[in-house]
Design a protein around this ligand. Structure first.
Ligand code: MN
Length: 418
């Protein structure tokens, strides 16, 4: 696959995140336009509400773009997803006869504020990166017991909170929580001292189900993907996690990138899951390549200072695909809904520079990282800005995700003050 040319010139470069091949879905507002659905093309956004009002987009009897979220498009199902993408390609392709109609509906991304692209129905986070699970397990239980016995047979996960999912750019306030220092007999309620990031991908479920679905059905039900930062309070987590897993450590916030990159745009980049020493049970078996070759990176910028790249890895390091996670999630009969968000689990590669969290990068705080500014980090400090980057790289083009960013604000002085 090569770059598809658009009449929007900024979409025709090798380094734009948003060529015609991509066409990701977001929600934006400007000083004069209320929040509405838009499609990124080069450095512009196509106003979908205006396009529908003018009859340029006319795929369904009822309007799809009179609301500032993409759930209604998802609910229409894959035939409409494909029809919409084809229509957008026709309108924006270099040889389009509709340029004069569409040009007035393009807004500069520089003038837009981005909002949550969907209403998140429910949020589940997995623990499906083998290198991450091995690193964390080694730190907590020793190398011999790093992976729990179930890990190679099911994608482990926990039910998170949709209420705390926020769009990129939202500031993140350092949480308070109950901490238990090994030097003290009793826990204390204090601001988190080991606040961390987790580099993940989020899969967005676009079709509901009411009962177990196969891996192939699950793959078909996924609408698209975003970058996801599962902010994690490691000291809260260490005290609370046994025996039911993370709770308040993960409840402060989860950030997602503002553009939903469709599964259709990622098709050329499918890759298989890694070698397995245990065959999966039939209902979880791979039926084809269901991961994607997506380069990922994290940068960390202390307040007012230059950013340092602290990790570089790839989504193809996952042990389980989002389709396998969704199939597993449904296997007990759990109903899945349009707008459900599935976090992949922290993505780490095999080497130190590919670790997707500060917990791993600083090996539990024992090996501080040196940033390009000369400062060191074990965990996040107030004022730090963390940014996730992701792109699938094609021949002279890329399918970019934009960025997923957040800045750490100091803990409140008194969290219970009224
Ligand atoms: Mn996570």
């Amino acid at each position: 696959m090569t770059l598809m040319k658009s009449w929007v010139e900024s979409a025709n470069t090798a380094d734009t995140d948003f060529p015609l091949n991509n066409l990701p879905y977001g929600v934006f507002s400007t000083l004069t336009l209320d929040a509405r659905c838009g499609v990124a093309i080069g450095d512009m956004i196509l106003d979908m509400q205006a396009a529908e009002e003018q009859g340029i987009i006319d795929l369904t009897d009822d309007p799809l773009f009179d609301v500032p979220f993409w759930n209604e498009v998802m609910e229409e199902g894959p035939a409409v997803w494909t029809a919409l993408r084809n229509r957008l390609k026709d309108l924006l392709a270099a040889n389009s006869s509709d340029q004069a109609l569409i040009a007035p509906l393009l807004i500069s991304q520089a003038d837009a504020e981005m909002h949550m692209p969907l209403v998140v129905s429910e949020y589940t986070d997995f623990y499906a990166g083998r290198h991450h699970a091995t690193n964390v397990g080694t730190m907590f239980r020793g190398a011999e017991n790093a992976l729990p016995p179930n890990w190679l047979h099911i994608p482990i996960g926990y039910n998170g909170r949709a209420s705390s999912v926020v769009v990129s750019g939202t500031d993140i306030c350092r949480p308070w929580g109950q901490l238990k220092s090994p030097n003290h007999e009793l826990p204390a309620f204090l601001p988190c001292r080991r606040f961390d990031l987790e580099l993940e991908m989020g899969a967005i479920v676009g079709m509901s189900s009411d009962g177990p679905i196969s891996v192939d059905e699950a793959d078909g039900a996924i609408f698209g993907y975003v970058l996801l930062n599962d902010w994690s309070a490691r000291d809260i987590q260490a005290w609370e996690y046994q025996p039911l897993g993370p709770f308040q450590a993960k409840a402060t916030a989860t950030s997602i990138s503002p553009w939903i990159v469709t599964k259709a745009a990622l098709e050329p980049f499918r890759t298989p899951t890694p070698h397995r020493e245990f065959e999966l049970l039939d209902h979880l078996k791979d039926t084809g390549p269901m991961l994607y070759d997506i380069d990922l990176a994290v940068t960390l910028a202390p307040q007012g200072k230059a950013a340092t790249t602290i990790t570089q890895t790839n989504y193809n390091e996952m042990y389980y695909s989002a389709a396998q996670q969704l199939a597993h999630h449904s296997s007990s009969g759990c109903p899945m809904n349009v707008g459900d968000l599935l976090g992949s689990g922290t993505i780490s590669g095999p080497t130190k520079s590919e670790r997707g969290s500060l917990l791993e990068l600083s090996w539990g705080g024992k090996e501080p990282l040196t940033l390009e500014t000369g400062e060191t980090r074990t965990f996040l400090e107030d004022g730090d800005t963390v940014t996730l980057h992701g792109a699938a790289k094609g021949d002279g083009y890329k399918i970019g995700f934009g960025t997923c960013t957040g800045t750490i604000l100091p803990a409140l002085k008194d969290p219970y003050a009224r």
